[in-house]
Write a protein that binds this ligand. Structure first.
Ligand SMILES: *Cc1c(COP(=O)(O)O)cnc(C)c1O
Length: 350
């Protein structure tokens, strides 16, 4: 009997520096003062992979994990038997409530309807989101006195900052509104700050912070820059090199025309891998620090680069794909959130 052949490794790779991830969590935990840091691990840990990231965060000491969807619970909870998984989108149906109870996930109740549903299906520990200005999810402060809220067993009373990455009076106002809500709503812990909120100072940390972006290397506020290390490194292989004659075009719609004889290389990364078209013209891939400008449009699975700076490069060589999400220059077209969460499945750390 022959063993089935294992597939060869992919021609592109994402390396997640789990030591840097753990260090970022510890730094954010320390910056949370008397409060503790949790971790937002929704969207497959912002594209870096829950199977890689959650164990590293758990081993660093993180106990509170936040996902958006109930469908994300199982993948996280498997790694944190004693930890807590909170579901930010809450529960919409009886089946949702049953699933939350069966898995031990704790829903974040976001509306009076969700509160009634949770209680009607048996109640139990939950979290509560109050809206203090972002107008996305959460009960209005005017609903705080509703009997549906009084009936809940609320662990974390939380709100979410709309503009924590900016210097605006709205941040302080939102913190004050959360404190106000805390006076009339019974709860055990208070939580407000996301990554940028941690940068606003300890007075925004309350009992528990919920960093996401900064764990993964994003720097949404200057105050965090010295504390946060890059976590994701992306590399892709050269598949082929070719020589262009003057006047020949490259890629879809021939948006690049060779002005002279050129040696170019086709690289195994494209928008199907999260390397979106916005990252094409004007940008470069790198080899040992040498910039290899991108020519023409990024296509489905590939991109073509100018090899003038790398005459030695050949098929099979690995090129560095800039994915330094702390670098504002890279964010002209895409936010740090988009750079991370668009990382495609072929690149996910395995
Ligand atoms: C995603 C999310 C976070 C994490 O935000 P970052 O800006 O990535 O740190 C925290 N709280 C809530 C409610 C979220 O939805």
């Amino acid at each position: 009997m022959t063993e089935p052949l294992a597939p060869p490794p992919p021609t592109l790779r994402l390396t997640v520096d789990t030591a840097a991830l753990a260090a970022n969590w510890r730094a954010l935990d320390a910056l949370s003062g008397a409060g503790a840091a949790g971790a937002a691990v929704k969207a497959d840990a912002y594209g870096l992979g829950v199977d890689t990231c959650v164990p590293a965060l758990r081993d660093a000491g993180c106990r509170n994990f936040f996902v958006a969807h109930l469908s994300e619970v199982a993948g996280v909870i498997a790694h944190v038997p004693g930890g807590e998984v909170a579901v930010l989108h809450g529960v919409l149906t009886e089946a949702d409530c049953a699933y939350a109870r069966a898995t031990g996930a704790v829903p974040v109740i976001n509306s009076l309807d969700q509160a009634r549903l949770w209680t009607a299906t048996g109640g139990g520990r939950c979290h509560l989101m109050v809206d203090t200005g972002i107008n996305r999810l959460g009960i209005a402060l005017s609903e705080a006195g509703d009997p549906a809220i009084a009936a809940l067993d609320i662990d974390i009373l939380m709100s979410h900052l709309a503009s924590a990455d900016e210097r605006t009076a709205m941040n302080r106002m939102q913190a004050e509104l959360l404190s106000e809500a805390a006076e009339s709503i019974a709860h055990r812990r208070l939580s407000l700050a996301n990554s940028a909120g941690i940068g606003l100072g300890e007075s925004f940390a309350f009992d528990l912070t919920r960093p996401g972006l900064a764990l993964y290397g994003g720097v949404p506020r200057e105050e965090l820059a010295e504390h946060i290390r890059p976590v994701a490194q992306v590399q892709a292989q050269l598949l082929q090199t070719r020589n262009l004659a003057p006047g020949e075009g490259v890629g879809y719609n021939a948006t690049f025309i060779a002005p002279t004889h050129m040696r170019v290389g086709t690289v195994s990364i494209g928008y199907a891998d999260g390397f979106l078209r916005a990252r094409g013209p004007g940008n470069a891939l790198f080899h040992a620090g040498r910039a290899l400008p991108i020519l023409g449009k990024v296509s489905m699975d590939m991109v073509v680069v100018d090899l003038a700076a790398g005459p030695d490069l050949a098929a099979g060589d690995w090129l560095d794909v800039p994915w330094n999400i702390a670098d504002a220059a890279q964010q002209n077209a895409l936010s740090a959130y988009e750079l991370l969460t668009t990382i495609g499945p072929r690149l996910r750390a395995r």
